[in-house]
Design a protein around this ligand. Sequence first.
Ligand code: SF4
Length: 226
Amino acid sequence: MNRALATAFPAAHCELDFRNAFELAVATILSAQCTDVRVNQTTPALFARYPDAKAFAEADRAELEEYIRPTGFFRNKANSLIGLGQAVTDDYDGELPATMDALVKLPGIGRKTANVILGNAFGVPGITVDTHFGRLVRRWGWTTEEDPVKVEHAVGALIERKEWTDLSHRVIFHGRRVCHARKPACGACILAADCPSYGLGPTDPAAAAALIKGPEAEHLLELVGR
Ligand code: SF4
């Protein structure tokens, strides 16, 4: 299934825009309960105004909140970003640390965010268990665990370590484009033959094809012979 997903999404990647590890940390914090598209609309102006950890540490809270308001939960997120800026400035000379242990002690950064940062900014393999990832691997019978950390360990035991970051992107892409929460496109899904949940969504090829989203739609339909 991982190999099929690699064929389906050869360019799967982190959909947040960033230029360095600190920017990725900020973007990931902003992505909570918000789409990556909206975060990417918000961050260019934000990073122009606050170019590094020190700038976030010294930010005027009300001004910062205005910049990030479109991403929702902006008061909590402003707290996290100011706290993150302060901790990274005071404890790490302005550079984000590159270990799980250090990252999860920083304000606003939990294990999921730390895995995103490790995998995408530091090249350390990490499994990112977001809502898509958990939902899909349970549909596939890879695990029955609900707790994200347990899901991470269960999938980590099935898939070789060097694949972890790419696997995470592929699964999340598949969740966003094909295997939707309510109406998965089973009749146009490259995993149909191997998926124990086949039939959860429409199996009629035309009805399923209409459910496929995203810029890879044509490629995905070609792979299933449409
Ligand atoms: S067959 Fe259906 S449930 Fe299984 S992965 Fe494909 S879209 Fe999801």
